[in-house]
Ligand binder design. Structure first.
Ligand SMILES: [Zn+2]
Length: 699
């Protein structure tokens, strides 16, 4: 699943996504913050647009909006984030009042929010909640008990089912039901790497001073968390060193995120006996039984090498070390649901050290996101009723269709593609399912028990439901209509195996999509987002999947070579220093190649679609309007405005080293400097910075 945005807010709260239903007729009115809207007045005329377009279009807004102390950054989507959370907060506050009649969904989200907000209760009862969990881990007497505990962690700590770019966060390893690579109509059991508390394997392996400093702070953090759970400081210090040693061994064996971008590397089909031969010391039968995994003829093991390293750890690390490691994994995954001391210690490392954030966000914001992350489709219905009228859905669908027409035209006119490849590409495009706003069928949470007494128990119950939902998919037909993001999410994604593009209601809002603004601004902003997701199906990764989502090479050998040469141009262009992230931080263009291809191709498609829309209305791209700008100029300015955001250096550093998205500034400047349509808009000439001598173009 490839996203549009980095999703910093989600990363920091360390919450997993899951999206329900209710009959809430009314929505609260509360004071909603003002949303940002694109306007021509954003331009800084002291900057030459052909020299630095991001600076020209965004610097005025950015200098007027410094980063607040409790945020990793600030940009035009942040007021929308606050708007969404404020709206949901009023709903949750109302639902959290236990008196009167509540629908089953109101009871669940209301009580979840109530228990999350009840900091006093959490503080008083944290040690009581931890006791049975730590006792279970301390009672581990053999290797089979380790497998039982890992199953328990998967059922109670979000993350075991998430296939990320680096996949490091699941407790010890990841397990899920996901589409089979060669038969995308069925879900198959998949084992993945995991078990690391730092955001990527390079955080364990890099030998720079900064990386060493972060590892020192991580050691302190692990020890501090263990002390909070009741360990003596001198014991915790020893245990923290064990944790780092074991995680480093896992990181060494884990597949790096660039290699993970090639699905062929992940598609290792194995029988259960082959998996047992790979890591005989892990009690696979015990694990599979504990998570109630359906029987299946074969499994996918994404990273066999990782499991060899797991075997070595099981053979050579004493049980005492395993108990320390599993205590840490449990506490780490649960910290944000525990007492203030745990929350603050968690923030101190994951907020301050890794992202440079000065201050923890107010509790209500964290709790709103926690409900969204755990019972998202129960809460999402209210959001849709309040913020996403049918007219928005209709217009968004129209935009998607315009973009798809543009891509069809683009494919048909690629001189380097053989007709046979073009035909397959068009088949894939026409088979894409467009999902707009929210699911047609809402998830049923009736089996999830939620009460007012324990925030930790609520989160564990919601996690068990979500994990088992993923595990239950094994062996069953794939459901293309399911959503991987909740309705209020300000993001979008493409999924090559279901061949779907997905746009939650949360991003179909100002400043991205605004029914009061002209086509040039809408196409430059939400049009580019839609184009981005559409192109993902045809980026260097997406092109390896066919119309039905199977991993199959449908390119002629020659066309495949032609594609790779064009893709390499992009990867080379984006392999660049990122001074905003601190000295010496370099982006790996091979990691960001798919996202960068989607950015470039997406804006190109949006531009083509705008041309068609204007032609339908008898308008011209280069005719000056009242504000002195042409639609062509407004299109590119609106694009730059949609990426008008700035981040703290620590955030950018962690981002560049672990995330496949380029930093916002480069999402603007690298893209426009590849586009003759842009050069024409602002009269840019060869030799100027925004006119790239070797412009890259894939789509
Ligand atoms: Zn993307």
């Amino acid at each position: 699943m490839r996203h549009l945005r980095i999703g910093v807010a989600v990363l920091i709260s360390l919450l997993a996504l899951s999206p329900a239903q209710s009959g809430w007729a009314q929505t609260p009115s509360g004071e909603l913050p003002a949303l940002e809207h694109f306007s021509a007045s954003i331009v800084d005329h002291s900057v030459n647009p052909c020299d630095d377009f991001y600076q020209y279009a965004d610097s005025k807004w950015l200098s007027a909006h410094p980063i607040p102390a409790d945020q990793p950054g600030w940009g035009v989507e942040y007021p929308l984030q606050l708007w969404n959370e404020t709206l949901l907060r009023a709903t949750l506050e109302k639902a959290s009042v236990a008196e009167g009649s509540r629908t089953p969904n109101e009871q669940k989200v209301g009580d979840f929010y109530y228990a999350c907000m009840d900091e006093k209760n959490i503080n008083v009862r944290t040690q009581e909640w931890l006791k049975p969990e730590l006792e279970r881990i301390n009672a581990i007497r053999n290797k089979s008990d380790i497998a039982t505990e890992v199953a328990h962690l998967h059922q109670t700590i979000p993350g075991a089912w998430i296939q990320g770019d680096d996949q490091t966060e699941a407790a010890l390893l990841g397990f899920s039901g996901l589409p089979d690579y060669h038969d995308a109509s069925r879900d198959v059991a998949q084992f993945d790497q995991g078990g690391m508390g730092l955001p990527g394997r390079s955080f364990y392996l890099d030998q720079t001073d900064k990386a060493k400093e972060i590892r020192e702070k991580y050691l302190e953090h692990v020890a501090n968390i263990l002390v909070l759970s009741g360990e003596k400081p001198e014991v915790a210090k020893v245990d923290a060193a064990v944790v780092l040693e074991m995680e480093t061994a896992l990181a060494k064996a884990a597949m790096d995120p660039v290699a993970r971008r090639d699905p062929k590397n992940l598609n290792n089909k194995m029988t259960l006996s082959e998996i047992k031969a790979l890591a005989p010391s892990f009690d696979w039968d015990r694990y599979l039984e504990a998570v109630h995994a359906p029987a299946t003829p074969h499994y996918i093991v994404t990273t066999p090498n990782f499991f060899k390293s797991l075997e070595a750890l099981l053979q050579h690390q004493p049980l005492e070390h395993w108990r320390a490691y599993l205590r840490w994994q449990f506490l780490h995954g649960s910290a944000s649901a525990l007492s203030t001391a745990f929350v603050n210690e968690n923030f101190s490392f994951y907020g301050r050290t890794l992202y440079g954030i000065e201050q923890l966000q107010p509790r209500w914001r964290r709790c709103v996101r926690s409900v969204d992350g755990n019972l998202g489709e129960a809460l999402g219905q209210v959001y849709v009723a309040r913020a996403f009228p049918p007219e928005s859905k209709r217009r968004a669908l129209q935009l998607v269709e315009d973009i798809e027409v543009a891509l069809a035209k683009d494919i048909a006119t690629q001189g380097w593609m053989a007709p046979a490849t073009q035909k397959q590409a068009l088949e894939k495009l026409h088979a894409t399912m467009n999902k707009i706003g929210y699911p047609d069928k809402w998830r049923d949470y009736s089996s999830v028990e939620i009460g007012r007494a324990s925030h930790l128990a609520n989160r564990q119950n919601a996690t068990r439901f979500e994990f088992e939902r993923w595990v239950n998919k094994i062996g069953k037909p794939v459901d293309r209509t399911e959503w991987g993001m909740t309705p209020p999410t300000i993001n979008a994604y493409e999924d090559p195996q279901t061949n779907t593009i997905n746009f939650p209601a949360g991003i179909l809002q100002p400043p991205y999509f605004d029914s009061s603004q002209d086509d040039a601004a809408n196409y430059g902003s939400i049009g580019a987002v839609i184009g981005h997701e559409t192109i993902h199906g045809f980026d260097d990764q997406g092109r390896k999947f066919d119309a039905v989502g199977n991993l199959r090479d449908w390119w002629t050998a020659q066309d495949g070579k032609e594609y790779e040469a064009r893709g390499k141009c992009i990867a080379d262009e984006y392999t660049q220093m990122v001074p905003e992230a601190g000295a010496g931080v370099k982006q790996d263009g091979r990691l960001t190649q798919g996202e960068d291809t989607a950015d470039n191709g997406g804006l190109h498609l949006a531009f083509m679609a705008l041309q068609s829309a204007l032609a339908r209305q008898g308008k011209d791209l280069d005719m000056k309007e009242k504000d002195g700008l042409t639609p062509r100029q407004r299109f590119f300015l609106a694009y730059a405005f949609s990426w008008c955001e700035q981040y703290r250096p620590e955030t950018i550093r962690t981002w560049v080293l672990s995330n496949p998205h380029s930093y916002s500034k480069y999402r603007v400047n690298n893209v426009v400097s590849n586009m003759p349509e842009f050069w024409q808009a602002f009269g840019c000439q060869a030799g100027q910075k925004m006119v790239r001598a070797k412009a890259c173009h894939v789509w």
